[in-house]
Design a protein around this ligand. Structure first.
Ligand code: THG
Length: 367
């Protein structure tokens, strides 16, 4: 593919100078912002991530901030996950649905106070929806995109590196919990979370001016840990079954089709805008669902459009993400498959750009 032309519409991040100095080789666009995709090579980045520790510029995971007396009420209107028992200091993966139950985003919600939340969004313009709901219902809230940029520290040595910079308290942070920890005299939300299955943290960098100082401090502190600039890795995230909004699902899909039913409590999520629609579809159950799929043959190329899934020559679904896995010696893939063909072990054919490939529905993802 040709290069992408830079312009002010394609936003840089507070860490872009560091990313460039580290030799980024490719970017994608995410929430109108640069997101690195390759440093060394996707395969070399993958092996390094599973062995060492990487610093990721994920500033493109923009925050939709909700502040005010109606903040908790608005949050519950957005998601079928029951938020009543969510505590301050907690993060939650929350499907966001529209009035038809269609997925608008699959962000991480961060509860800062009863009246103060961040929604750390995937790639869709959620701010407009949240603002429209707030105004349409005349809620007493301010909705905004603050100058807050996540920086992820991922990999098996992430805790060791983070402890050097933020002290031993990082070791006590539970999964999807956060602590406020100081860097250069400023308190930052530091959560144990991130878009990999290798473990790690996300630092919500509050103020762009802190971006490069923090980047450089992490790089310096981790030299002997082989720290490197990295990025969400296509192979590792498919192995782990981490979904990508816009690729693996759109607003045409319900959370149940996406396999996100475990993050929904539709019967008790009173106030959720998509609740009635989801209760209706939940009664029947989904007729298609996300599956882990192994694709046979040589390493596949980049999946930049949905590849039809065939059975007996008829279309029964689509592949939305695929990559060769060096560790599992097969092509790993994420697909949406019709009920008639979604059982583990079902043999399928995939119409890839370079021909038909055999494929098998897996029991679960590769973790
Ligand atoms: N971190 C933050 N914001 C984000 C992402 C992130 N915004 C965009 C995107 N990623 C949102 N999508 C996801 C998808 C999966 C997960 C997090 C965000 C995830 N899932 C785990 C899993 O499925 O195993 C754990 C979910 C759980 O048990 O609660 O982590 O990465 N800040």
């Amino acid at each position: 593919m040709a290069l992408i032309s830079p312009s002010r519409r394609l936003r840089r991040t507070p860490f872009s100078d560091g990313v460039e100095a580290a030799g980024v080789k490719a970017y994608t666009v995410y929430n109108h912002m640069l997101l690195p995709t390759v440093f060394d090579s996707v395969e070399a980045d993958y092996h390094h991530l599973k062995k060492h520790v990487q610093i990721w510029d994920v500033a493109c995971e923009r925050q939709v901030e909700i502040k005010g007396p109606d903040a908790a009420r608005l949050m519950q209107m957005l998601t079928p996950r029951d938020l009543r028992r969510m505590q301050i200091g907690q993060c939650l993966y929350v499907p966001i649905v529209d009035e038809t139950g269609g997925m608008l985003n699959d962000p991480v919600a961060v509860k800062l106070a009863e009246d103060h939340w961040w929604i750390s969004i995937a790639d869709s313009d959620l701010l407009y929806w949240v603002n429209a709901v707030a105004h349409g219902w005349r809620l007493d809230v301010l909705v905004d995109e603050p100058d807050v940029s996540p920086l992820a520290v991922q990999g098996p040595k992430a805790e060791a590196l983070m402890a050097r910079l933020f002290g031993p308290r990082v070791r006590e942070i539970g999964f999807f919990r956060y602590e406020k920890l100081a860097f250069q005299g400023r308190d930052l939300v530091v959560a144990r979370s991130g878009y990999s299955k290798q473990g790690g943290f996300e630092i919500y960098v509050d103020g762009s001016d802190l971006g490069m100082p923090l980047w450089q401090a992490l790089m310096a502190a981790g030299e002997d840990l082989q720290v490197r600039a990295g990025c969400p890795n296509l192979i590792e995230r498919i192995e782990g079954g981490l979904l990508s909004y816009g690729n693996d699902m759109t607003d045409d899909n319900t959370p149940h089709e996406c396999g996100l039913g475990r993050f929904c409590n539709t019967s008790t999520a009173i106030g959720c805008i998509g609740r009635d629609a989801l209760l209706r579809v939940a009664k029947e159950g989904p007729v298609q669902q996300i599956r882990a799929i192994a694709i046979g043959g040589e390493p596949v190329g980049c999946c930049d459009r949905w590849w039809p899934i065939l059975a007996g020559g008829k279309r029964v679904g689509r592949i939305s993400s695929a990559a060769w896995s060096p560790d599992f010696r097969t092509n790993v893939a994420i697909g949406m498959v019709r009920m008639t063909h979604w059982d583990a072990g079902t043999k399928l054919e995939i119409e890839t750009p370079d021909g038909l490939r055999p494929a098998i529905v897996q029991e679960k993802f590769w973790n």
